[in-house]
Design a protein around this ligand. Structure first.
Ligand code: KG4
Ligand code: ZN
Length: 346
């Protein structure tokens, strides 16, 4: 865990995208971590922001109540209320933020604002085994792909990032091209287990430094599928498992190229992956293999702490509480990344 000066009891709320999360941190431990997903987007091919915010409104109270019940904590025991204030979907963020502000005001407790990306990166500190600073973190989610050098808590240097789509989008859009429901990442991961990863190959985009690009890769898949379907209209159906395994390998291997470069260039000894795509079984396996080959320590968070969750928000909030980093009730949400290209020291 991240060292805090004292051990507060904190309720954290996460509503940046399409999962409503609430968690309780107490004495440095996560006592509960409730995530309520949203089914509405599944067949619509992606997150519909208006539906997402309405669903957060319906679920936020339920999620918070459930988190308190599971943790056996009552409101009066809370020392602070934490909430994600960005980046994410504006409407979704507003629901969590308004709820958290209201509760902080009503209970007369401090509000702690947490950056969603910081929380993904620092999710490694939930649980018994965590990296030593400085460590390298590949942050791969539905909205972000970044290689982050984490010098100390909340002091993150972004070495590289995607210049267009995120790795999660590459999974989701690839899945959509294959007729699979949203979110496509877990579907591809599941079907790939029955497929041949060497059946099809796609060329890696050439992008300088530690940056990535996924939009050209997705277009290459789309054109490939269209061409094959002209010969065989059932091409996707007949090759679905192989397509998933090959697409997963392409994304995973491409992510690994820049990761390996950064490990080498920066003499990295501790390496982690974070974000929803870190739940991918192929990527997890590649990172562990790299660690074994290079003799470096690798950290792959439990699945529930890879995808969006409030436990990671609570974890950062515990640290911020110790530093007395509280937010005013006037704080506003932000939709895009905080400017972190280069060194960011909060
Ligand atoms: O971190 P996250 O839950 O939400 C964002 O902050 O975006 O990440 C969601 C992304 C989606 O693109 C989803 O398809 C992907 O994570 N994902 C996966 C897997 N599980 C979730 N991608 C590949 N393999 C998985 N097992
Ligand atoms: Zn996320």
């Amino acid at each position: 865990m991240l060292t805090a000066l004292n051990s507060p009891t904190i309720l954290a709320i996460e509503s940046s995208c399409d999962d409503t999360g609430a968690a309780i941190l107490s004495q440095g431990n996560i006592l509960s971590n409730v995530v309520m997903g949203q089914q509405a987007h599944r067949l619509l091919g992606g997150v519909v922001p208006e539906l997402a915010s309405r669903d957060h409104q319906r679920k936020v109270t339920l999620a918070v109540e459930e988190a308190l019940i599971r943790a056996k904590i009552h409101m009066g025991q809370l020392d602070a209320i934490a909430v994600t204030n960005g980046p994410g979907l504006l409407g979704s963020l507003l629901v969590g933020l308004a709820f958290a502000k209201g509760l902080a005001l009503a209970l007369d407790k401090p509000l702690i604002a947490v950056d969603h990306l910081d929380a993904h990166v620092l999710a490694h500190f939930i649980g018994p085994r965590s990296p030593q600073f400085p460590f390298l973190c590949l942050l791969v989610s539905g909205g972000h792909t970044q290689l982050v050098l984490v010098r100390k808590p909340l002091c993150h240097e972004v070495l590289g990032a995607t210049i267009d789509d995120a790795a999660g989008e590459a999974f989701d859009k690839g899945a959509k091209c294959m007729g699979l429901p949203y979110p496509g990442g877990p579907e591809i991961d599941r079907l790939a287990k029955q497929g041949n990863p060497l059946a099809f190959s796609f060329k890696f985009p050439k992008v300088q430094g530690y940056h990535y690009s996924f939009s050209g890769l997705k277009t290459a898949l789309l054109y490939f599928l269209q061409a094959q379907q002209r010969e065989d209209k059932d091409f996707i159906k007949n090759n679905l498992n192989d397509l998933c395994a090959s697409w997963q390998k392409t994304i995973g291997d491409y992510l690994m190229t820049k990761l390996e470069m950064a490990v080498r260039d920066h003499g990295i000894q501790h390496l982690g992956i974070a974000g929803g795509v870190a739940a991918n079984s192929y990527l997890r396996q590649k990172v562990v293999e790299l660690g074994r080959q290079q003799g470096i320590e690798t950290y792959v968070p439990a699945m529930e702490y890879c995808v969006d969750n409030a436990a990671m928000i609570a974890q950062v909030a515990g640290y911020k509480y110790g530093q007395a980093q509280f937010a005013p009730l006037t704080i506003e949400p932000y939709t895009r990344n905080l400017p972190k290209s280069g060194v960011m020291d909060l």
